[in-house]
Design a binder for this molecule. Structure first.
Ligand SMILES: [Zn+2]
Length: 123
């Protein structure tokens, strides 16, 4: 057994972002045939903040919405490639619903009302 590792490193392709990710492979062949090398090279890797950036809640993006539709596949019903989806406050098994059923997940950001600083009183 060799202790040699084949590293692969990417920097987020979003302008000005310096997030990085490191992958390690046990052989050069694994690296050369990796999903990561084929899909993330040439600035295509994005960090969690910048992949599907429209999903990041902010003062300029107060609500996000995702629609997941049950599809009938040869081996059962799925939401895309998942038979089970979950998030804060919900769980759903595609097998429990007919094809075409939809789960709509909405996230809403409510910012606190800004507190105005008290005006200085001048004597
Ligand atoms: Zn980034």
């Amino acid at each position: 057994m060799s202790g040699r590792e084949w590293p692969l490193r990417f920097v987020c392709g979003h302008d000005g972002c310096n997030e990085t990710v490191n992958y390690r492979y046990s052989t050069k062949r694994d690296l050369m045939e990796s999903f990561e090398l084929k899909n993330y090279s040439d600035g295509r890797w994005r960090c969690i903040r910048h992949v599907r950036a429209n999903e990041v809640l902010s003062a300029n993006n107060l609500e996000t919405r995702a629609v997941l539709t049950v599809e009938q596949k040869p081996h059962g019903r799925y939401f895309g490639s998942n038979g089970f989806i979950f998030g804060p406050g919900f769980k759903a098994f595609a097998a429990d619903f007919p094809e075409g059923a939809q789960v709509i997940v909405t996230a809403t950001l409510i910012l606190p009302t800004p507190v105005e600083p008290e005006e200085e009183t001048r004597a």
